[in-house]
Design a binder for this molecule. Structure first.
Ligand code: FAD
Ligand code: NAD
Length: 467
């Protein structure tokens, strides 16, 4: 085993493993160090993948209960939670093993252990057997990701008071689940447990759900989730929680302050954001600069202020998304290899995998108003889309925003069935600098949900035909 590499990547999530694989593809020797024991980072182990497995399973359960009869299918449905969890675990394990396979294929050395930067070019790894390995490399990429943001005064035990990690592994369906934070995790995992039978109440600090998402879409989203039975308490903060004989007593008060009240719950999910994770990495010692939020400061080429040390993914600025981490990883590896790596931050999609899904890219109407950009809007509801009718999924709409003068697509927000997949064509259009007319004049198969994207694009110039 060599201890000298062209590059050492610390962190084996989408930022880390993709950087190492791309370096390997480009002929550089790379090691990827992760302390978790299974590669894939937050995303594969306790994030994107297990949550999507449970979202899929719980959606089928809900569908079987609520929609099968309407389709003329009679079935007796019963929940087998341990089997559902086992399926989730199987998917996670197959995918994390897949990363090991890709490492071998691309001659990357995957090292299990905690990495610490001793000096530029020098990394020490503490392996689980208590040994220490000293590695050297010309380049070090920090890809240590993020961790749960704590709620002051609240201790997470991952059983009654859980983070997303605990909420992905509950052993029984809580009667009442209190979700703190109406962001992506709260609404995805809240949906999982709602569908499996919990009463779900969401407490949110702001006066709206999903900050950052187009407001019209966020309002429609909250209405739909309310129709599904979730309850919301906006402009409210949790100030404390006590364990009682019967469960939890959670104290809340208005965000602006005021009288307190108590909410009873069996389980409380804390999901108020994530913080960059750069603890115990030795950054102080080598002088790597962090911003106020603890993120590694880098230039456009992912270089920190210390020569030979780079950062990608959740531990640097930008949205905390797996595909953003992956794109940065590829660009950073290519730049190290002397190629022209680049990420277009104007075309990074973001998807919430609830039912219906919410998917956005580029600017929202609020962004464009704030920036004083003149824009046109095209909209199309799924109630008027033939395929949506056949699959009984007509909630939601597509909204396309284009520059008023040039017609260039500036943003898109979709709430509806398969919104995440539907958004991909708009992301590609934006990547190519396309106009709304380009989408409108592209032939779309019938009957597909994608026709709603086309009809919304036609709407920008006022010629939506199917409404
Ligand atoms: P991470 O995936 O966090 O990986 C960092 C790794 O570094 C970790 O494995 C950690 O153990 C390791 N590490 C840290 N310090 C050290 C050290 N000193 N030595 C060795 N190893 C170290 N994003 C999406 O795009 N789509 C989704 O559907 C989605 N769903 C999510 C659901 C949940 C519940 C959560 C929590 C997150 C979700 N995300 C999703 C966000 C996504 O998981 C992150 O954006 C992504 O994992 C970031 O990748 P990363 O490589 O930067 O960091
Ligand atoms: P988030 O930022 O999406 O939402 C946190 C919510 O908590 C916000 O609405 C915020 O206003 C609210 N909040 C903050 N402090 C509060 C308080 N004291 N009381 C009540 N509400 C409070 O964060 P998250 O849902 O924890 O997710 C973390 C990150 O993980 C996000 O950046 C997201 O991008 C990523 N993620 C992505 C996906 C996906 O892409 N599908 C899924 C899960 C997580």
């Amino acid at each position: 085993m060599a201890d000298s590499f062209d590059a050492i990547v610390i962190g084996g999530g989408p930022g880390g493993y993709n950087a190492a694989i791309r370096l390997g593809q480009l002929g550089l020797s790379a090691a990827c160090v992760d302390k978790r024991g299974a590669f894939g980072g937050t995303c594969l182990n306790v994030g994107c993948i297990p949550s999507k497995a449970l979202l899929h399973a719980s959606e089928r359960f809900h569908e079987a209960h609520n929609d099968f009869a309407k389709l003329g299918i009679k079935a007796k449905i019963e929940l087998d939670l341990p089997a559902m969890m086992a399926q989730k675990t199987k998917v996670v394990s197959e995918l994390t093993k897949g990363v090991e396979f890709l490492f071998k294929k691309n001659k990357v050395e995957g090292i299990v252990g905690e990495g610490r930067i001793l000096a530029p070019g020098k990394v020490e790894v503490k392996t689980p057997d208590g040994k220490v390995r000293s590695l050297t490399a010309k380049h070090i990429i920090i890809a240590t990701g993020s961790d749960i943001a704590p709620l002051p005064g609240v201790t997470i035990d991952e059983k009654q008071i859980v983070s997303s990690t605990g909420a992905l592994s509950l052993t029984s369906v809580p009667k009442k689940l209190l979700v703190v934070g109406a962001g992506v995790i709260g609404l995805e995992l809240g949906s999982v447990w709602k569908r499996l039978g919990s009463e779900v109440h969401v407490v949110e600090f702001l006066d709206r759900v999903t900050p950052g998402i187009d407001l019209e879409v966020a309002k429609a989203f909250q209405r739909i989730l309310t129709k599904q039975g979730m309850t919301f308490q906006l402009s409210t903060k949790v100030t404390g929680v006590e364990k009682t004989k019967t469960g939890l007593a959670v104290t809340v008060e208005a965000a602006a302050g005021g009288s307190k009240s108590t909410i009873e719950a069996d389980v409380m999910l804390v999901c108020i954001g994530r913080r960059p994770y750069t603890d115990n990495l030795g950054l102080d010692g080598v002088g790597v600069q962090l911003d106020k939020r603890g993120r590694v400061i880098t230039d456009k080429h992912y270089r920190s202020n210390v020569m030979g040390i780079y950062a990608v993914g959740d531990c640097r600025e930008g949205p905390m998304l797996a595909h953003k981490a992956e794109d940065e990883a590829v660009a950073c590896a290519e730049l190290i290899a002397g190629k022209a790596g680049h990420v277009n931050y104007d075309a990074i999609p973001s998807v919430i995998y609830t039912f219906p899904e919410v998917a956005v890219v580029g600017k929202s109407e609020e962004d464009l108003k704030a920036e004083g950009v003149a824009y046109k809007v095209g909209k199309f509801p799924f109630t008027a889309n033939a395929r949506a009718k056949t699959i009984m999924a007509t909630d939601g709409f597509v909204k396309i925003l284009a520059d008023a003068k040039t017609d260039k697509v500036l943003g898109c927000a979709i709430i509806g069935p398969e919104a995440g997949n539907l958004l991909a064509e708009v992301v590609l259009a934006m990547e190519f600098g396309a106009s709304s007319e380009d989408i409108a004049r592209t032939c779309h198969s019938h009957p597909t949900l994608s026709e709603a994207v086309r009809q919304a694009s036609m709407g920008v110039e006022g010629w939506t035909m199917q409404m």
